[in-house]
Design a protein around this ligand. Sequence first.
Ligand code: NAP
Length: 248
Amino acid sequence: MRALEGKRAIVTGASSGIGAATARALAREGATVAVGARRADRLADLGEGFVALELDVVDPESSERFVSSAFDRLRGIDILVNNAGLAVGRDLFDASTEEDEEAVLETNVHGLIRMTRLCLPHLSDDGHIVNIGSIAGRQAYEKAALYVASKFAVRGFTYALREDLLGRPIRLTTVDPGLVETNFSVVRLRGDEGAAAKVYENVEPLTPQDIAECVIFALTRPAHVNVDEIVVKARAQSSPSRIIRDRP
Ligand code: NAP
């Protein structure tokens, strides 16, 4: 029997990167998985067997529709992986705009909080919420004020929610990765693929699969074990701003 056989999971932001890898890993372990993203067409790349639904975590109606459809199709929810997130720009804070601030905070903070609020009443006993935070939520670095603020907020929300859930049969974990090679940098650098490739130059970053396995680890501990946080970085990275780039 596979470790998550019979479990019903939701993964937000599963059209790419860490979300896609996590959805695949959950399915491999036997879970039935509902996946959501704005680019719903991309969810087909995950292959067969997923419940693929359009989701914009910034939009309350889209989020409500997604949770209600996922709940109906899965006939319950055991696992919520709050993964959808982004950064916009890599500039000094002086360059920030109303649009950038709204995009980052609405997606990473309000979107995650909204999805948690909507899923919580449906979570089964022995439920588990996994938030994908970041090392940016633990240590600030330059030219990343909005993203850092958003991930510190995710960490604060996670710990406050842990207090509110105490005594209920729901586990809560934050997985906080360092540098992971995904589409994240292309989005952050506003579509500049050359600049995004440089982020991963001469270093072996983490892969989305590395993060997915951390999520699976937390989910597959015995029910009385709550892995509060997993902080995971590439061997060549010690902090958001210190990366050894000595790879040929
Ligand atoms: P990615 O490849 O760009 O994936 C981001 C995912 O989020 C996409 O599937 C995207 O789908 C989805 N998304 C963005 N806005 C959304 C919205 N409003 N509603 C629904 N889905 C939305 O980047 P990633 O690296 O896998 O990022 C996943 C998470 O990991 C994020 O929370 C990020 O902050 C975190 N993280 C990444 C790194 C890293 O180095 N890559 C490090 C630490 C933490 P659509 O565009 O189709 O909606």
